[in-house]
Design a protein around this ligand. Structure first.
Ligand code: ZN
Length: 238
């Protein structure tokens, strides 16, 4: 994913002023700036004032207002961004905790077809030079769960998840309590089954991030439109 930092410039309505060069009536407009990350406006920045005299064409750009700062127009958008971003982070953290607890229960409720990412070195009957392996539940007979392991091992968790399709190494049957214990010991790392629903917290978190980016794109559009009647000004001040 491309990471993009940048600045939005939003032009406030033009206010009357006097030209410092010739004293004629001129106009000035406050430019409000906001830093954005991935289009999401996050930090307010200083105002700039740009003024131009219609008579002598003297133009000036400065960081100070002669008559006070206008009310910021982007504050609401920044607050909305933070609400969405913090919401996404909280959702992800809560989801991770729930998933970890869910897996412990999931292991002892094993069903045929469940697949586990395992650490072969922590199973007495298995051997693996690399850290991660994969196993599948083959048979459930009352409290006895019989699984088989895949021959492939890897140091990458996602590599075994991708590569293991056949399970030819038998594993000693275990009871549900023994499996729960193996999970606590780290011998079983994670569980997945064919009918796993998508993690709702992950979905919510992703949705909030997308909402923040979409809202950010609207902010960008609104910032650009604020220069609509004077397109050259934007090129000069942004
Ligand atoms: Zn002037």
């Amino acid at each position: 994913m491309i990471l993009i930092w940048g600045t939005y410039a939003y032009r406030h309505p033009v206010a009357p002023t006097c030209c410092v060069a010739c004293g004629a009536a001129a106009s000035t407009c406050p430019i409000e700036r906001v830093s954005h990350f991935m289009f999401v406006p996050l930090f307010p920045r200083r105002f700039d004032w740009v003024s131009k005299c219609p008579r002598c064409k003297h133009s000036e750009r400065g960081a100070r207002a002669r008559e006070g700062e206008p009310v910021r127009a982007m504050s609401g958008r920044i607050i909305a961004s933070w609400v969405l971003v913090v919401g996404a982070i909280i959702s992800l953290v809560v989801g991770t905790h729930v998933a970890a607890r869910g897996s412990a229960a999931h292991v002892s409720a094993a069903e045929v077809g469940d697949e586990w990412t395992i650490r072969p070195s922590r199973w007495p009957e298995l051997y693996g030079e690399l850290e991660f392996g994969r196993a599948r539940v083959e048979e459930v007979d009352g409290d006895k769960i019989r699984a088989a392991a895949c021959e492939e091992t890897s140091d990458m968790e996602d590599a075994v998840e991708r590569r293991c399709h056949s399970y030819s190494l038998p594993i000693e049957p275990r009871t549900r309590d023994e499996l729960a214990h193996l999970y606590e010991e780290g011998a079983i790392v994670s569980v997945s089954s064919a009918d796993d629903p998508m993690d709702p917290f992950e979905v919510l978190s992703g949705g909030l991030v997308i909402a923040a980016i979409v809202a950010g794109l609207f902010t960008r559009r609104s910032a650009r439109r604020s220069f609509r009647d004077e397109p050259l000004a934007q090129a000069r001040v942004v």
